[in-house]
Design a protein around this ligand. Sequence first.
Ligand SMILES: NC(=O)c1ccc[n+]([C@@H]2O[C@H](COP(=O)([O-])OP(=O)(O)OC[C@H]3O[C@@H](n4cnc5c(N)ncnc54)[C@H](OP(=O)(O)O)[C@@H]3O)[C@@H](O)[C@H]2O)c1
Length: 334
Amino acid sequence: MKLTMCIVGCGGYARNVLGDIHDMTDEFDYYFASRDISKAQQYSEDFGGVGAFGAYEEAAADPRVQSLYFFTPHDTHLDNVKLAAKHGKHILIEKPIARTLDEAQEMIQIARDAGVKLMVAENYRFLLTVDKALEIMRQGPVGDSFGELRQIELQAEGYSVPKEWRTSAEQNGGGVFIDGGIHYVDIMLNIGGYPESVHAIQPPQTHTEVEGEDGILMTARLPGGVAAVINFSRATPIRETPHMVHLTGTKGKLSFVPNGNELSVENRQVRRTVRVPAPRRGVRQMVSEFRKAIEEDREPSMSGLEGTRDLAIVLAAYESARTGEVVRLSEPQT
Ligand SMILES: NC(=O)c1ccc[n+]([C@@H]2O[C@H](COP(=O)([O-])OP(=O)(O)OC[C@H]3O[C@@H](n4cnc5c(N)ncnc54)[C@H](OP(=O)(O)O)[C@@H]3O)[C@@H](O)[C@H]2O)c1
């Protein structure tokens, strides 16, 4: 089944993603919607689209459009879902699912009531490096064994000053952790499971012109006592260092750049490199999963609930950073 998908919100990240998926013409016909018709027309021209709309409602109401992929600020996500559901359209929505758990729950309920699919566009769930790490942890590479997971370390430091709606804690739902850090939360959850507790510290703010935090250090206790740490910062004065994932097992260690195409696998005797295909952010696998979930009439793997689980951890980290206390978590339920 070929799916018609309207890209809604012609901003920065939509352009990046379309660069990676525009040629998937066996699976998709792309429409584009913007509050400014000339932007939608330009994106349609740049990425081989089949049509353009100058208003989101117009796109949602058009019978040719089967699904909507939203790339808009976080305070608009709930309204996006209301709009799509009102017109019976399937929904792919950029991360984070929402700013609060109440918003996320409402979105899931609205989609369910309307009988449409709701998927969160968390592309890190579809990274081939993470898939390969999970495979190695389960099976062990040839001749090696990872053993039992002990520790997860995620390091994602860089320097950039949030702009426009991202400077508003209200519109963004927080600072850099809910925006970019949530990807690393998703890797942690995907690999190590849902945390029993988290503790977080917010370092002194460098980007004082923005309302939300510019960095968070979070530790988490995962099932089985596995220890996890995420160092996420957009105020580390460096040029560029690769973001890193380190997974330590009782018998070996795996290290990789999430958006890279190789993993280092080592134990006390040997170190080797395992390659995976070029990742293209995982977005090709992600949109394919959305299409297949519609075709097969099943819940997408990165469901609204999965997005809510990621969000709940981010919000627990915020609570901990605010109070200084360890926050115990209970899993969000459907
Ligand atoms: N997965 C990832 O790695 C990743 C990376 C970056 C961003 N994202 C996510 O993608 C979404 C969009 O982020 P972005 O970086 O593309 O943002 P952006 O460049 O600011 O674009 C957002 C677009 O949303 C539309 N919009 C609708 N209501 C708006 C409002 N009140 N204020 C401003 N824009 C409004 C605008 O499109 P029109 O003018 O065309 O209507 C705008 O161009 C967010 O959910 C973000 O978290 C994900």
